[in-house]
Design a protein around this ligand. Sequence first.
Ligand code: 5GP
Length: 191
Amino acid sequence: MELLEERIQRDGVVKSGDVLKVDSFLNHQMDVELFTEMAREWHRHFADKPINKILTIEASGIGIAAIAGALFGVPVVFAKKSQSINLDGTVYCTRIQSFTHGKVFDVIVSKKFIGPDDHVLLIDDFMANGCAMNGLIEVCEYAGATIEGIGIAIEKGFQQGGDSLRERGYDLCSLAIVDAMDPDTGTVTFR
Ligand code: 5GP
């Protein structure tokens, strides 16, 4: 998606450790007009899928997923990062390794909000090694929900997450795929 690539070139900051900062339009300040264009792109891509729910993970997925939810006309559920798991059988729980914080944390989704009748579009801001997305996939599997597709804003194609999900047969729509980035020059190369 050209608009998103241009924005990354203009306002993205390449950090060491394979981190791209996009705080000025995605991860802190949110450019809602850009989010709307991104949602349109996903809506076009997944037009023939019977999506009735969007699932994302807090915090940065929520903004883009909410705008997509409005366009698709479906509810948006976000997986919550949890300090203390209440193992009373009312939630699905999975463990996720955080790329940006380097920690493992538990995430939960209430059994009330996802189930076998759901046809889910998974959305997140970034794809790196695929840990966050694999956690959401696991939740859908526990719930017996059907995964119709995955929408990612920025995939770092030099990391393994995206390609391994494609190999597993998921319909993955990444709006910008970064194939290389250099923290010394700030250069970002797209696929
Ligand atoms: P993964 O689980 O695929 O390894 O990493 C994806 C998650 O880590 C996303 O939810 C995103 O919040 C965070 N993340 C991964 N790489 C980056 C990055 O380069 N920049 C930012 N801002 N977040 C990232």
